[in-house]
Design a protein around this ligand. Structure first.
Ligand code: ATP
Ligand code: MG
Ligand code: MG
Length: 351
Protein backbone atom coordinates (compact mmCIF):
# COMPACT_ATOMS: atom_id res chain seq x y z
CA UNK A 1 0.00 0.00 0.00
CA UNK A 2 0.96 3.63 -0.47
CA UNK A 3 1.78 6.07 2.31
CA UNK A 4 0.16 9.47 2.60
CA UNK A 5 2.14 12.10 4.50
CA UNK A 6 0.12 14.60 6.52
CA UNK A 7 1.68 17.86 7.69
CA UNK A 8 -0.10 18.97 10.84
CA UNK A 9 -1.33 16.89 13.75
CA UNK A 10 -4.84 18.10 14.63
CA UNK A 11 -8.37 16.76 14.24
CA UNK A 12 -8.53 17.47 10.51
CA UNK A 13 -5.49 15.25 10.03
CA UNK A 14 -7.09 12.65 12.26
CA UNK A 15 -10.26 12.53 10.16
CA UNK A 16 -8.21 12.48 6.94
CA UNK A 17 -6.19 9.53 8.27
CA UNK A 18 -9.38 7.66 9.19
CA UNK A 19 -10.70 8.08 5.64
CA UNK A 20 -7.34 7.11 4.17
CA UNK A 21 -7.33 3.90 6.24
CA UNK A 22 -10.76 2.99 4.85
CA UNK A 23 -9.28 3.12 1.35
CA UNK A 24 -6.29 1.00 2.33
CA UNK A 25 -3.68 3.74 2.69
CA UNK A 26 -1.35 4.20 5.62
CA UNK A 27 -0.67 7.70 6.95
CA UNK A 28 2.50 9.21 8.29
CA UNK A 29 1.98 12.40 10.31
CA UNK A 30 4.58 15.15 10.66
CA UNK A 31 3.80 17.65 13.42
CA UNK A 32 5.60 19.68 16.07
CA UNK A 33 3.31 18.65 18.95
CA UNK A 34 4.01 15.39 20.80
CA UNK A 35 0.37 14.67 21.59
CA UNK A 36 -0.92 14.73 18.00
CA UNK A 37 -4.47 13.40 17.72
CA UNK A 38 -3.80 12.67 14.02
CA UNK A 39 -0.71 10.60 14.81
CA UNK A 40 -2.76 8.47 17.23
CA UNK A 41 -4.76 7.01 14.36
CA UNK A 42 -1.88 6.86 11.86
CA UNK A 43 0.75 4.22 11.10
CA UNK A 44 3.73 6.50 11.63
CA UNK A 45 4.58 9.78 13.30
CA UNK A 46 7.53 12.10 13.02
CA UNK A 47 7.52 14.73 15.75
CA UNK A 48 9.58 17.74 14.78
CA UNK A 49 9.51 21.41 13.85
CA UNK A 50 8.54 22.16 10.24
CA UNK A 51 11.92 23.81 9.77
CA UNK A 52 13.99 20.68 10.62
CA UNK A 53 15.27 19.99 7.11
CA UNK A 54 16.76 16.57 7.77
CA UNK A 55 13.70 15.20 9.57
CA UNK A 56 11.37 16.64 6.97
CA UNK A 57 13.34 15.08 4.11
CA UNK A 58 13.37 11.64 5.78
CA UNK A 59 9.61 11.98 6.27
CA UNK A 60 9.12 12.98 2.62
CA UNK A 61 11.22 10.05 1.40
CA UNK A 62 8.94 7.69 3.34
CA UNK A 63 5.76 9.07 1.69
CA UNK A 64 4.25 8.71 -1.79
CA UNK A 65 2.26 11.95 -1.58
CA UNK A 66 2.14 14.70 1.03
CA UNK A 67 -0.81 16.84 2.07
CA UNK A 68 -1.37 19.37 4.86
CA UNK A 69 -4.22 19.82 7.30
CA UNK A 70 -2.90 23.11 8.66
CA UNK A 71 -2.35 26.16 6.45
CA UNK A 72 0.29 27.81 8.59
CA UNK A 73 3.01 25.30 7.71
CA UNK A 74 6.01 27.44 6.63
CA UNK A 75 6.36 27.53 2.85
CA UNK A 76 10.18 27.57 2.67
CA UNK A 77 10.77 23.93 3.73
CA UNK A 78 8.16 22.72 1.22
CA UNK A 79 10.76 22.99 -1.55
CA UNK A 80 12.78 20.31 0.26
CA UNK A 81 10.31 17.45 -0.17
CA UNK A 82 12.30 15.98 -3.06
CA UNK A 83 10.29 13.94 -5.56
CA UNK A 84 7.29 13.51 -3.28
CA UNK A 85 4.43 15.68 -4.57
CA UNK A 86 2.69 18.17 -2.26
CA UNK A 87 -1.07 18.35 -2.80
CA UNK A 88 -2.70 20.89 -2.53
CA UNK A 89 0.05 22.89 -4.27
CA UNK A 90 2.43 25.07 -2.29
CA UNK A 91 1.10 28.20 -4.06
CA UNK A 92 -2.27 27.66 -2.37
CA UNK A 93 -0.53 27.43 0.99
CA UNK A 94 1.48 30.56 0.31
CA UNK A 95 -1.59 32.60 -0.59
CA UNK A 96 -3.95 31.26 2.07
CA UNK A 97 -1.56 31.93 4.94
CA UNK A 98 -1.36 35.67 4.27
CA UNK A 99 -4.68 37.54 4.48
CA UNK A 100 -3.35 40.33 2.26
CA UNK A 101 -2.13 38.00 -0.51
CA UNK A 102 -5.36 36.01 -0.20
CA UNK A 103 -7.65 39.01 -0.63
CA UNK A 104 -5.59 40.39 -3.53
CA UNK A 105 -5.53 37.02 -5.26
CA UNK A 106 -9.25 36.40 -4.91
CA UNK A 107 -10.07 39.97 -5.97
CA UNK A 108 -7.93 39.39 -9.06
CA UNK A 109 -10.08 36.33 -9.84
CA UNK A 110 -13.17 38.56 -9.74
CA UNK A 111 -14.14 38.13 -6.06
CA UNK A 112 -15.42 40.91 -3.83
CA UNK A 113 -13.70 41.06 -0.43
CA UNK A 114 -14.53 43.73 2.18
CA UNK A 115 -12.49 46.91 1.63
CA UNK A 116 -9.00 46.27 3.03
CA UNK A 117 -5.63 47.93 3.53
CA UNK A 118 -2.26 46.65 4.74
CA UNK A 119 -1.15 48.10 8.10
CA UNK A 120 2.45 48.03 9.30
CA UNK A 121 2.61 51.22 11.36
CA UNK A 122 0.52 53.75 13.35
CA UNK A 123 0.53 56.04 10.32
CA UNK A 124 -0.77 53.28 8.04
CA UNK A 125 -3.40 52.32 10.61
CA UNK A 126 -4.65 55.92 10.73
CA UNK A 127 -4.64 56.10 6.95
CA UNK A 128 -6.63 52.84 6.75
CA UNK A 129 -9.25 54.13 9.19
CA UNK A 130 -9.43 57.39 7.28
CA UNK A 131 -9.99 55.54 4.01
CA UNK A 132 -12.18 52.60 5.07
CA UNK A 133 -13.83 54.09 8.16
CA UNK A 134 -15.28 52.35 11.21
CA UNK A 135 -16.53 49.87 12.24
CA UNK A 136 -13.78 47.60 11.00
CA UNK A 137 -11.58 44.73 12.05
CA UNK A 138 -7.81 44.80 12.43
CA UNK A 139 -6.35 41.32 11.84
CA UNK A 140 -2.86 39.85 11.87
CA UNK A 141 -1.97 38.91 8.30
CA UNK A 142 -0.62 35.53 9.39
CA UNK A 143 -1.29 32.76 11.91
CA UNK A 144 -4.82 33.77 12.96
CA UNK A 145 -7.56 31.16 13.38
CA UNK A 146 -10.78 30.82 15.41
CA UNK A 147 -10.92 34.63 15.58
CA UNK A 148 -7.52 34.92 17.29
CA UNK A 149 -5.37 37.91 16.34
CA UNK A 150 -8.33 40.20 15.64
CA UNK A 151 -9.38 43.54 17.09
CA UNK A 152 -12.78 45.06 16.43
CA UNK A 153 -12.55 48.81 15.89
CA UNK A 154 -15.99 50.27 16.51
CA UNK A 155 -14.94 53.95 16.39
CA UNK A 156 -11.80 56.02 15.69
CA UNK A 157 -11.45 56.25 19.49
CA UNK A 158 -10.88 52.46 19.66
CA UNK A 159 -8.00 52.82 17.24
CA UNK A 160 -6.37 55.52 19.37
CA UNK A 161 -6.58 53.27 22.44
CA UNK A 162 -5.10 50.25 20.70
CA UNK A 163 -1.39 49.51 21.03
CA UNK A 164 -0.50 48.04 17.64
CA UNK A 165 1.01 44.56 17.90
CA UNK A 166 4.46 44.31 16.37
CA UNK A 167 3.50 42.26 13.32
CA UNK A 168 2.13 42.84 9.84
CA UNK A 169 -1.59 43.53 9.90
CA UNK A 170 -4.58 44.15 7.68
CA UNK A 171 -7.52 46.45 8.39
CA UNK A 172 -10.82 45.57 6.78
CA UNK A 173 -14.23 47.17 6.79
CA UNK A 174 -16.93 45.51 8.87
CA UNK A 175 -19.36 43.62 6.62
CA UNK A 176 -23.03 44.01 7.45
CA UNK A 177 -24.00 40.48 6.51
CA UNK A 178 -27.27 38.55 6.50
CA UNK A 179 -25.53 35.22 7.17
CA UNK A 180 -22.24 33.40 6.67
CA UNK A 181 -21.67 30.41 4.42
CA UNK A 182 -18.88 28.37 2.93
CA UNK A 183 -18.22 26.79 -0.45
CA UNK A 184 -16.36 23.50 -0.19
CA UNK A 185 -15.17 21.90 -3.39
CA UNK A 186 -12.92 19.06 -4.38
CA UNK A 187 -10.80 19.21 -7.53
CA UNK A 188 -9.37 15.99 -8.91
CA UNK A 189 -6.10 15.37 -10.72
CA UNK A 190 -7.93 15.58 -14.08
CA UNK A 191 -9.41 18.99 -13.20
CA UNK A 192 -12.92 17.77 -12.39
CA UNK A 193 -14.61 19.86 -9.70
CA UNK A 194 -17.43 18.80 -7.37
CA UNK A 195 -19.15 20.93 -4.72
CA UNK A 196 -20.87 19.95 -1.52
CA UNK A 197 -24.02 21.82 -0.51
CA UNK A 198 -23.07 25.12 1.10
CA UNK A 199 -23.67 25.27 4.84
CA UNK A 200 -25.04 28.19 6.82
CA UNK A 201 -22.31 28.85 9.39
CA UNK A 202 -22.97 30.39 12.80
CA UNK A 203 -20.13 31.59 15.01
CA UNK A 204 -19.80 32.20 18.74
CA UNK A 205 -16.94 34.42 19.91
CA UNK A 206 -15.26 34.15 16.51
CA UNK A 207 -15.36 30.33 16.50
CA UNK A 208 -17.58 28.22 14.25
CA UNK A 209 -20.38 26.86 16.40
CA UNK A 210 -22.96 25.38 14.01
CA UNK A 211 -23.22 24.49 10.31
CA UNK A 212 -26.56 23.68 8.71
CA UNK A 213 -27.47 22.36 5.26
CA UNK A 214 -29.46 23.30 3.29
CA UNK A 215 -28.46 26.84 4.09
CA UNK A 216 -31.77 28.53 3.25
CA UNK A 217 -32.94 30.78 0.42
CA UNK A 218 -30.97 33.92 1.29
CA UNK A 219 -27.69 32.02 1.09
CA UNK A 220 -28.64 29.62 -1.69
CA UNK A 221 -29.36 32.56 -4.01
CA UNK A 222 -25.70 33.58 -3.63
CA UNK A 223 -24.16 30.12 -3.92
CA UNK A 224 -23.86 30.02 -7.74
CA UNK A 225 -21.74 33.19 -7.84
CA UNK A 226 -19.66 32.01 -4.90
CA UNK A 227 -19.11 28.62 -6.53
CA UNK A 228 -18.05 30.20 -9.79
CA UNK A 229 -15.44 32.23 -7.91
CA UNK A 230 -14.22 29.21 -5.92
CA UNK A 231 -13.84 27.18 -9.12
CA UNK A 232 -11.86 30.01 -10.71
CA UNK A 233 -9.57 30.17 -7.70
CA UNK A 234 -9.05 26.39 -7.75
CA UNK A 235 -8.26 26.43 -11.47
CA UNK A 236 -5.88 29.38 -11.21
CA UNK A 237 -3.96 27.47 -8.53
CA UNK A 238 -3.94 24.13 -10.38
CA UNK A 239 -5.50 22.92 -7.16
CA UNK A 240 -5.77 19.24 -6.21
CA UNK A 241 -7.83 18.27 -3.15
CA UNK A 242 -10.48 19.96 -1.04
CA UNK A 243 -10.63 23.77 -1.04
CA UNK A 244 -12.86 25.99 1.10
CA UNK A 245 -13.90 29.60 0.64
CA UNK A 246 -15.81 31.46 3.37
CA UNK A 247 -18.35 34.12 2.41
CA UNK A 248 -20.70 36.67 3.89
CA UNK A 249 -24.13 36.77 2.24
CA UNK A 250 -25.02 40.46 1.86
CA UNK A 251 -27.62 42.57 0.08
CA UNK A 252 -25.08 43.17 -2.66
CA UNK A 253 -24.11 39.52 -3.10
CA UNK A 254 -21.43 37.23 -1.68
CA UNK A 255 -18.51 38.99 0.01
CA UNK A 256 -15.36 36.84 0.19
CA UNK A 257 -13.94 36.46 3.70
CA UNK A 258 -11.09 33.95 3.58
CA UNK A 259 -10.03 30.67 2.10
CA UNK A 260 -8.66 27.46 3.57
CA UNK A 261 -6.60 25.16 1.30
CA UNK A 262 -7.94 22.09 3.07
CA UNK A 263 -10.93 20.30 4.52
CA UNK A 264 -13.00 22.61 6.71
CA UNK A 265 -14.89 22.50 10.00
CA UNK A 266 -18.07 23.59 8.20
CA UNK A 267 -17.85 20.39 6.12
CA UNK A 268 -17.84 17.90 8.98
CA UNK A 269 -21.53 17.15 8.33
CA UNK A 270 -20.43 15.46 5.08
CA UNK A 271 -19.15 12.42 7.04
CA UNK A 272 -22.69 11.19 7.60
CA UNK A 273 -24.71 13.64 5.51
CA UNK A 274 -23.13 13.37 2.06
CA UNK A 275 -22.61 10.51 -0.37
CA UNK A 276 -18.84 11.00 0.04
CA UNK A 277 -17.25 13.00 2.86
CA UNK A 278 -14.85 15.90 2.36
CA UNK A 279 -12.14 13.75 3.98
CA UNK A 280 -12.58 10.79 1.64
CA UNK A 281 -12.73 13.00 -1.44
CA UNK A 282 -9.57 14.83 -0.40
CA UNK A 283 -7.77 11.49 -0.12
CA UNK A 284 -9.22 10.36 -3.46
CA UNK A 285 -8.12 13.60 -5.15
CA UNK A 286 -4.54 13.66 -3.88
CA UNK A 287 -4.13 9.96 -4.74
CA UNK A 288 -5.42 10.46 -8.28
CA UNK A 289 -8.54 8.33 -7.74
CA UNK A 290 -12.00 9.03 -9.19
CA UNK A 291 -13.96 11.46 -7.00
CA UNK A 292 -17.02 10.34 -5.06
CA UNK A 293 -20.46 11.92 -5.34
CA UNK A 294 -21.03 14.87 -3.03
CA UNK A 295 -24.85 14.84 -2.79
CA UNK A 296 -26.64 15.47 0.49
CA UNK A 297 -28.33 12.14 1.32
CA UNK A 298 -30.95 13.44 3.74
CA UNK A 299 -33.33 16.42 3.66
CA UNK A 300 -31.14 18.33 6.08
CA UNK A 301 -28.11 17.99 8.35
CA UNK A 302 -26.71 20.03 11.23
CA UNK A 303 -23.28 19.95 12.82
CA UNK A 304 -22.57 21.43 16.25
CA UNK A 305 -19.03 21.88 17.49
CA UNK A 306 -18.17 20.80 21.01
CA UNK A 307 -15.95 23.63 22.20
CA UNK A 308 -14.21 23.58 25.57
CA UNK A 309 -16.60 22.61 28.37
CA UNK A 310 -19.37 21.68 25.91
CA UNK A 311 -17.53 18.39 25.44
CA UNK A 312 -18.31 17.38 29.04
CA UNK A 313 -21.86 16.62 27.83
CA UNK A 314 -20.60 13.91 25.47
CA UNK A 315 -22.24 10.98 27.25
CA UNK A 316 -25.66 12.63 27.25
CA UNK A 317 -25.21 13.48 23.56
CA UNK A 318 -24.28 9.89 22.82
CA UNK A 319 -27.43 8.68 24.52
CA UNK A 320 -29.57 10.40 21.87
CA UNK A 321 -29.73 7.95 18.97
CA UNK A 322 -30.13 10.78 16.45
CA UNK A 323 -26.65 12.11 17.25
CA UNK A 324 -23.46 11.11 15.46
CA UNK A 325 -20.78 11.92 18.02
CA UNK A 326 -17.15 12.58 17.13
CA UNK A 327 -14.51 13.13 19.80
CA UNK A 328 -11.02 14.12 18.76
CA UNK A 329 -9.15 12.37 21.58
CA UNK A 330 -7.75 15.56 23.11
CA UNK A 331 -6.85 14.90 26.71
CA UNK A 332 -7.16 18.39 28.08
CA UNK A 333 -10.28 20.54 27.83
CA UNK A 334 -9.37 24.21 27.29
CA UNK A 335 -11.53 27.27 26.69
CA UNK A 336 -12.16 27.73 22.98
CA UNK A 337 -10.57 24.38 22.10
CA UNK A 338 -12.37 22.23 19.53
CA UNK A 339 -12.88 18.91 21.35
CA UNK A 340 -15.35 17.19 19.02
CA UNK A 341 -18.58 17.67 17.10
CA UNK A 342 -22.07 16.21 16.78
CA UNK A 343 -23.95 15.74 13.53
CA UNK A 344 -27.70 15.23 13.31
CA UNK A 345 -29.35 14.05 10.11
CA UNK A 346 -32.76 15.66 10.03
CA UNK A 347 -35.78 14.21 8.37
CA UNK A 348 -39.00 16.19 8.03
CA UNK A 349 -40.17 17.37 11.41
CA UNK A 350 -37.16 16.34 13.51
CA UNK A 351 -34.86 18.87 15.17
P1 ATP B 1 -11.24 30.58 11.00
O1 ATP B 1 -11.26 29.81 12.28
O2 ATP B 1 -12.51 30.45 10.20
O3 ATP B 1 -10.00 30.38 10.18
P2 ATP B 1 -10.19 33.26 11.42
O4 ATP B 1 -9.57 33.44 12.75
O5 ATP B 1 -9.30 33.08 10.25
O6 ATP B 1 -11.29 32.12 11.47
P3 ATP B 1 -12.11 35.08 10.15
O7 ATP B 1 -12.80 34.00 9.44
O8 ATP B 1 -11.45 36.13 9.34
O9 ATP B 1 -11.06 34.56 11.24
O10 ATP B 1 -13.12 35.78 11.15
C1 ATP B 1 -13.83 35.04 12.13
C2 ATP B 1 -15.27 35.51 12.16
O11 ATP B 1 -15.31 36.90 12.52
C3 ATP B 1 -15.97 35.45 10.81
O12 ATP B 1 -16.47 34.16 10.53
C4 ATP B 1 -17.05 36.50 11.02
O13 ATP B 1 -18.08 36.00 11.84
C5 ATP B 1 -16.32 37.58 11.77
N1 ATP B 1 -15.68 38.53 10.83
C6 ATP B 1 -14.43 38.46 10.32
N2 ATP B 1 -14.17 39.46 9.47
C7 ATP B 1 -15.30 40.21 9.41
C8 ATP B 1 -15.70 41.39 8.71
N3 ATP B 1 -14.86 42.05 7.88
N4 ATP B 1 -16.95 41.86 8.89
C9 ATP B 1 -17.81 41.23 9.73
N5 ATP B 1 -17.51 40.11 10.42
C10 ATP B 1 -16.28 39.60 10.28
MG1 MG C 1 -9.04 31.52 8.96
MG1 MG D 1 -12.84 32.08 9.04
Amino acid sequence: GSTIGILGGGQLGRMLAMSAAQLGYRCHVYAPEKDSVAAEVSAAFTCGPYGDTEKLQRFAAACDVITYEFENVPVGPMSLLGDTPLRAPVRALEIAQDRLAEKRFVAHQGGAPAPFKAVASEAEFNAAIEEIGTPGILKTRRDGYDGKGQWRIMSPKDSEDLVLPDTRLIYEGFVNFTAEFSVILVRGMDGEIRFWDSAHNEHKAGILSRSTVPAGDAINAQVPAARALAAKVAEALGYIGVLTLEFFATDSGPVFNEMAPRVHNSGHWTIEGARTSQFENHIRAICGLPLGLTDLIVPSARMDNLIGDEAREWLALLADPANHLHLYGKDEIRDGRKMGHVTRLLTDGST
